[in-house]
Write a protein that binds this ligand. Structure first.
Ligand code: FE2
Ligand code: FE2
Length: 474
């Protein structure tokens, strides 16, 4: 029988027989999945200095210790309830939030939870081989921290499915372990989660851009009228910020090192001779992962998004900060569409139908803060180069720009020019091969860093940078 000791939680697991029974069945399958599909080569052989959430108060969720990965205590946490919380938007605005799932919204709520839940284990699968090529013990530890927390986010969604969706929910929870990233017959639900993450530059771009889509989605779900969903996602957001930190600072540290190498070589742009990653290569990875993550926000015009909002299931990011009536019965949005020739032809649509695009606005702004920090760093080295986010139309596979071709500035291109020049803008197999050659020799010595990345400014949990963040089991 599953115990509260093994599963730290604040959901009353020890007195909830139904949830215990469901988890008794699911837990062994999760552990098997973790062994098969989680970090390869580090399961029982290593101790990792990890943060484990043991409660939701700040001291409890920042508890650090050495653990073997399969012994990590994945827990179930809801953020503290907000007294007298009211629905903040849509047609039920002002009414008390729901503690149970209303029958008429069962299907869309289940779909929202399953879609979110599917991304969590997917990213663990995508990143499972990276430990074998890490640039330092510090980075290895951060990778595993992200992985165990994505595992916990899966638990969070499975808790909702088990507790509020009966038999269907239990079936969905099983299927979350049966689909696999990139699998031919049973792939993950969203495309960005079927793309392998094989290099550390891809990992940093993934945690910077794709985990940030996770933040967009979690922020909008945390507005939900379904209070358990709101509280679950609010706690997930506290963990998500570390994932974004890993991505933002990871790319920043590669940029820092690249600039140092450029200076060493008399401002030559050919840092590859010195074993570095050139800035245009970083730009190509930004282009790829940013555009993939834009797709994750869905079609510009979406009746699903409108229904979710109207019924209070999913709000906007930071709903409370919007200076409008939060009902949006008549509000309009000016959508940046194009005509047949690719020329801009904006058109007005009801805002309720354009909420995916509005969330993309929020997302792009959030990305820009990091990009500006990187550019300040590059400029501080006296180097004339700027990282830029590509235009929203670039390399899209979902929505009105899907199947059309634009360069990163948004200029429409003929098929022939796109084919000829696409690898100026997107990573090529030669780029990946070069990055793999750089990371071929993993660095496992405390305090040492691969040549292509600068050390961080400080260590984790006030430990020194040369702390042994991962050690072999004695
Ligand atoms: Fe997550
Ligand atoms: Fe994440």
């Amino acid at each position: 029988m599953i115990s509260s000791e093994r599963i730290p939680n604040n959901v009353g697991l020890s007195s909830d027989k139904r949830l215990q029974r469901a988890l008794d069945h699911w837990h062994p399958k999760f552990l098997q999945w973790w062994r098969d599909m989680g970090p390869q080569g580090f399961q029982d052989s290593h101790q990792v200095y990890l943060r484990t959430a043991t409660s939701v108060d700040p001291r409890g969720w920042a508890h650090f210790e050495y653990v073997k990965l399969p012994d990590y205590r994945w827990g179930i946490f809801l953020a503290e309830p907000v007294a007298d919380r009211r629905i903040g938007f849509g047609q039920f605005k002002g009414r008390p939030v729901w503690q149970e799932v209303p029958g008429e919204f069962r299907t869309p709520l289940r779909r929202l939870i399953v879609t979110q839940g599917d991304t969590e284990p997917a990213s663990v699968e995508q990143q499972r081989l990276l430990g074998q090529s890490c640039p330092s013990l510090y980075d290895l530890r951060n990778l595993f921290q992200v992985n165990v927390e994505e595992g916990r986010h899966l638990w969070a969604m499975v808790f909702l499915l088990h507790s509020y969706f009966g038999r269907d929910g239990r079936d969905e929870a099983e299927e979350l372990l049966e689909r696999h990233s990139g699998h031919r017959d049973k792939p993950r639900m969203l495309e960005a989660f079927n793309t392998p993450v094989e290099t550390w530059l891809d990992l940093f771009a993934f945690t910077m851009f794709t985990d940030r889509d996770g933040k967009s989605q979690l922020l909008s779900l945390s507005e939900s009228a379904l209070d358990p969903l709101s509280r679950t996602t609010r706690f997930m957001l506290t963990e998500e910020s570390h994932h974004l930190f890993v991505g933002d600072t990871g790319i920043g540290r590669i940029i820092e090192r690249t600039c140092q190498l450029m200076k060493q070589s008399g401002f030559s742009e050919d840092v590859r001779r010195l074993g570095g990653i050139d800035l245009p290569m970083i730009q190509r990875h930004v282009n790829f992962w940013f555009s993939q993550s834009l797709d994750l926000h869905g079609s510009e015009v979406s009746s699903n998004a409108a229904t979710y909002f109207t019924n209070g299931l999913k709000g906007r990011a930071e709903e409370g900060k919007h200076q409008d009536d939060h009902v949006l019965a008549d509000a309009v949005y000016l959508l940046g569409a194009v005509d047949e020739t690719g020329r801009p032809r904006p058109r007005e649509v009801p805002l309720r139908n354009a909420l995916n695009e509005a969330l993309r606005d929020w997302y792009e702004k959030d990305c820009l803060h990091s990009v500006e920090r990187w550019n300040t760093k590059i400029a501080s080295h006296g180097i004339d180069f700027r990282i830029a986010l590509p235009d929203r139309k670039f390399h899209r596979h979902i929505g009105t720009f899907a199947g059309r071709r634009f360069d990163p500035s948004g200029r429409p291109l003929a098929a022939e020019e796109w084919e000829r020049r696409r690898h100026e803008w997107l990573p090529s197999s030669a780029d990946t091969a070069y990055l793999k050659s750089l990371q071929a020799a993993a660095v496992y010595e405390p305090g040492r860093f691969a040549n292509y990345i600068a050390p961080p400014l400080r260590g984790i949990n006030q430990r020194p940078i040369d702390f042994e963040y991962v050690r072999t089991e004695e």
